[in-house]
Ligand binder design. Structure first.
Ligand code: SAH
Ligand code: SF4
Length: 351
């Protein structure tokens, strides 16, 4: 069976053509996941479609909601593997005295692209289970689609999408690029590429390849360290693509006029949180339209790494800000449901 969410409308072979628009509207605007519920589609065409395609490749196995509004989904795939998707509520909607809605909740979806990951970062829980398989374009697209369906969002509601879940997006290059095209396409999810951010651990040649696709998406780099020796310990792939090669690749990436490249820096207590590292980071980013996002290391059973204190984080941030580098501290969301990627799946597979 083919997964219909792996295709753009023009790639589907159905006559007459206006039927395709109707079918895509049922799927992407009304979140219908059964051909039999597509009321204006003739029965014989529905039968033909049912034989050829499945609509929704994901099954909800678990859904947890944290006190801060973060929601975490565990999805089952057709072959029994699982992936997770996190829905972050960035800003609570505002209601005025008369009960009128003046601003809506703003959401960001954190999407996974692989079951497991090959990169094997020493701080990452996803890496511990090894690599299982790439997700198909449909399995990537459907994670965003599912959020809209479950929350019954208006199809035109703007969502932000970050490819920062489980897996390394540039290690599943073709499916990832296809999924981004489908998520952006007006007949499909129609989410502006400017609202989408791909995070990579730094496969330099793939960053250069992605730059040439001109998708219009934002780029985030998981830097985490400023010298190659430490970065190799954290991200073994740094042996093949060192810091300078990643920086050189970033310089070739087309960045929207109003946007910057995001550098993610996972702060681990007493490992990379010192003043020298902060100063080196400033030098490294010289000449790049960059902003830095500091992330608290989120401990899990069995790791020797420690979470830094808020004072240390603030100090690191101040050092960057003082030198003119825009730097923010990522709020830890959904702590009470372990929303750091890899943690829900870990919990459920241990049951
Ligand atoms: N593979 C890509 C995509 C996101 S990985 C990449 O590495 O950029 C998931 C994200 O979770 C990364 O930003 C990573 O830095 C972060 N992460 C992994 N383990 C973490 C932990 N224990 N605590 C906090 N963040 C973690
Ligand atoms: Fe893979 Fe990213 Fe985890 Fe590293 S941090 S193992 S690249 S998912």
């Amino acid at each position: 069976m083919k997964q219909i969410m792996s295709y753009l409308m023009e790639e589907i072979d159905i006559e007459p053509k206006f039927r395709k628009k109707q079918i895509f509207d049922w799927i992407y605007k009304k979140y219908v996941d059964d051909f039999d519920n597509m009321k204006n589609i003739p029965k014989d065409l529905r039968e033909q479609l049912k034989e050829e395609y499945i609509i929704n490749p994901l099954e909800i196995l678990n859904h947890e909601i944290a006190s801060d509004g973060t929601e975490k989904f565990l999805f089952g795939l057709h072959d029994g593997h699982t992936v997770e998707t996190v829905l972050l509520r960035m800003k609570e909607g505002q209601v005025d005295e008369d009960g009128e809605v003046i601003s809506e909740d703003k959401y960001t979806v954190c999407v996974s692209c692989q079951v497991g990951c090959k990169v094997g970062c020493s701080f990452c829980l996803t890496a511990k289970g090894g690599f299982v398989r790439d997700l198909t374009p449909a399995e990537i697209v459907a994670q965003v689609w599912m959020m809209k369906k479950v929350k019954n969002f208006n199809p035109t509601k703007a969502l932000n999408v970050v490819y920062m879940g489980m897996g390394e997006p540039l290690d599943n290059y073709d499916n990832m690029v296809k999924a981004i095209k489908i998520i952006s396409n007006e007949h499909c999810l129609h989410i502006s590429p400017r609202r989408q951010t791909l995070s990579t651990s730094g496969i330099a040649p793939k960053i250069e390849k992605l730059a040439k696709e001109n998708l219009g998406i934002n780029l985030a780099i998981s830097l985490h360290a400023v010298d190659d020796k430490l970065r190799e310990e954290l991200i073994p792939m740094n042996k093949a693509y060192n810091i300078q090669s990643v920086i050189d690749a970033v310089k070739k990436f087309p960045v929207d006029r109003r946007k910057k490249v995001l550098f993610e820096y996972l702060v681990i207590a007493d490992i990379n949180d010192d003043e020298k590292s902060a100063n080196k980071l400033v030098k490294l980013l010289n000449g790049i339209k960059a902003k830095v996002n500091l992330i608290y290391f989120n401990p899990y059973p069995g790791t020797t790494y420690k979470r830094p204190t808020p004072e240390k984080m603030e100090k690191f941030k101040e050092l960057l800000n003082k030198k003119g580098v825009i730097c923010t501290i990522r709020e830890s969301k959904g702590i009470d449901i372990s929303a750091a990627c890899g943690q829900l799946r870990e919990k459920s597979t241990k049951k």
